[in-house]
Design a protein around this ligand. Structure first.
Ligand code: UDP
Length: 240
């Protein structure tokens, strides 16, 4: 089941179901795109046609954020829990380790993806890391990174370039990577590398992870203001 938010679709599923969907994708002979759906991205897609068209090509849209769950509840939808990108990334790393699939981490500042990969292999012994690459390069070099990923033979690529760059990378270069699944992960490598701390569990459970992230990175304030704009738009759209 899926729900639509301002023209963007999010899947109604749990973390385990999302992981199982990706497991199935890994067995299919074509690239798949796992997107993250949150209020900010839905609003951005309204302004950016390329981003909107990219998101419409997603095979799976995880309900990544309390704002999506809140909007669904307020309009009587079926979403009850969010599935965050960082949780799904870790669940997929665990699955990849046990099933012998290799992962590639592309994005974030120099050394961050490599540090995140080292922490993941420490947590999930046997995890095959096909490679890592930083995300600070001119857009015209992205094709070269896709070729490097193809050479690495990675099955699953995590792309953490920030939005909309990461979504555009997946639709433009995903096929050239030869990977079965490409998932966008925003700033997850910063957290997994230990550069940024994730919100304590209590904040996560109360749906207040955004408040913790705002405290750590005050420049996110503008992004948090997406929710009060997003909610009325979603609720009004339904009444049309
Ligand atoms: N980033 C990158 N290349 C760029 C711009 C950003 O690799 O040209 C990385 C940045 O270092 C960070 C991630 O993209 O790791 C974006 O993080 P953000 O907090 O914006 O994402 P969110 O988790 O909020 O989606």
């Amino acid at each position: 089941m899926k729900e639509e938010f301002l023209g963007i679709w999010a899947d109604v599923l749990t973390l385990e179901q999302a992981r199982d969907r990706v497991r199935a994708m890994l067995g299919e002979g074509r690239p798949h795109f796992v997107a993250s759906v949150n209020p900010e991205i839905c609003l951005a897609a309204g302004r950016n046609r390329e981003l909107r068209q990219a998101l419409q090509q997603a095979d799976l849209g995880i309900p990544d954020g309390i704002g999506i769950v809140l909007a669904s509840r307020l309009r009587g939808g079926a979403l009850r829990r969010r599935v965050t990108g960082i949780d799904l990334l870790q669940a997929l790393a665990e699955m990849a380790a046990s099933e012998g699939k290799s992962v590639y981490l592309f994005g974030a500042a120099a050394g961050v993806a490599a540090a995140a990969a080292a922490n993941l292999t420490a947590r999930f012994p046997g995890l095959k890391v096909a490679g890592t690459h930083h995300g600070y390069l001119p857009p015209e070099k992205e094709g070269e990174v896709a070729a490097i990923i193809a050479q690495s033979g990675a099955d699953l690529v995590f792309v953490g370039l920030g939005s909309p760059r990461q979504e555009l990378f997946v639709v433009r270069h995903g096929a050239a990577t030869g990977a079965r699944v490409l998932m966008v992960v925003g700033g997850a490598f910063d957290v997994l590398s230990g550069r940024l701390r994730r919100a304590p569990l209590l904040f996560q459970k109360l749906g207040l992870e955004w408040l913790f992230r705002l405290w750590q990175q005050p420049r996110r304030l503008l992004r948090c203001l997406a929710l009060p704009r997003f909610l009325p738009l979603v609720l009004l759209a339904r009444k049309k």
